[in-house]
Design a protein around this ligand. Sequence first.
Ligand code: ATP
Length: 513
Amino acid sequence: MANQEDIFKKVISHAKEYGYIFQSSEIYDGLSAVYDYAQNGAELKKNIREYWWRAMVQLNKNIVGIDAAILMHPTTWKASGHVDAFNDPLIDNKDSKKRYRADVLVEDYTAKIESKIEKEVKKAAKRFGDSFDKAQFLTTNQRVVEYQKKIDAILKRLGKSLENEDLADVKALIEELGIVCPVSGSTNWTDVKQFNLMFGTKLGASADSAMDLYLRPETAQGIFVNFLNVQKTGRMKIPFGIAQTGKAFRNEIVARQFIFRMREFEQMEMQFFVKPGSQKEWYEAWKENRMKWHLSLGLGEENYRFHDHEKLAHYADAATDIEFRFPFGFKELEGIHSRTDFDLSAHEKHSGKKLQYFDHEMNESYVPYVVETSIGLDRMFLAIFSHSLQEETLENNTTRTVLKLPAVLAPTKAAVLPLVKKDGLPEVAHQIVEDLKWDFNVVYDEKDAVGRRYRRQDAVGTPFCITVDHQSLEDQTVTLRHRDTMEQQRVAISEVKGIISKEVDMKSWLIKM
Ligand code: ATP
């Protein structure tokens, strides 16, 4: 089996070759950690966004969506804590001159211990066969228990040092663990420093009247500052939610993992406003709801896990990540945070305006508590894309590369292929495209032998191919080929739309939630 690094390289090159993702400004050698979505990528991204939006806004009567501006009054970021505390701890290696996030260096170290645990589990599973009890093994195998203890101790100390802003101890931890720079291999580290991740910009033309602004580092604040506007104009009753998708910008220190960590990215966030005291209940409910959303896409339950936070951000009283098994291991895909009344209270203080809800049942006003779900659209894209890219060995020992995207999200739902470029077959194929284009994205392809065209559509992720042959002229039937099974069925042209609809319709996927 190919190693993780090779698989990830394959994902990146496939994304480029099949028109999903290009490096930004590639002709100028690109811009680090900034990417452009190409013709197929833009469609896939739009479909993921819509899948999220429908699940959030359309299916929940008490959630509405907004679209706030990227630029906001600068006091917003003072109130939210981003000016003072939106920092990452950075460390440089003096030999390679490479810069790292100190916490990520430590987490990568513990991830290596974790993969040792996984190896032990695999070995034991093989040895014990059907009688293998994983949970028991994890708690009783001496070596595994020691590994886990070590991981817990390291993460606990890291969490504590970061919380206390004890950067000297973060450096001491890196030194004690003997963590080396992956480039130079040395332990010649600088001190750990804090680095603010917000991009600054200016509003206005003349230098003296210009106002310092930030590009928003998260979409959430656009929701908080509009809380009362939405509540009043929508006559919303607590509990209710406000959802939003949009760009966010972070001057990330280490930005290596393709679209996993970008400097310009898109978030899909939902802030759910609840009665103080009920936040734990809603936090649990949203954890469950969001996991169901993920599982409805069928990427496999074993590829997700929760990671509850030990170290809580300044605004949270509980937090968890939904982690996904990316080609480089389990990493955060979505965050679910119980944010208390931190944000609304802070905006009250800084703006001098009340941001309270009058509860008619209780006959009193209060600042609601907030439970938020926050997912990176680009990370979701990477999760789906990397999981879907598969290399299959076929019966005749040839291989095929197939992008098994969930059909509901695939950029193009069907390719219409005339078997040959003559005898009136292209005309029939074009007519099918004309009929289907009102309902789905479809393409027409007549170049090369039909087998090669099938492979091309497999690689780009099109769930259906519709082949028009001479028999089609006589009996109005076509061959419908399914991407995942490669099964071919003869169907009437009039039935094609119904068959495709059933498989790509959002309702039939979302209903599995
Ligand atoms: P990380 O620990 O990976 O830096 P975070 O905890 O800072 O992420 P949040 O602030 O909770 O992330 O943002 C919510 C979601 O936004 C994340 O779960 C992730 O999917 C996405 N996200 C955050 N930063 C980036 C980025 N630089 N590029 C792409 N997606 C991002």
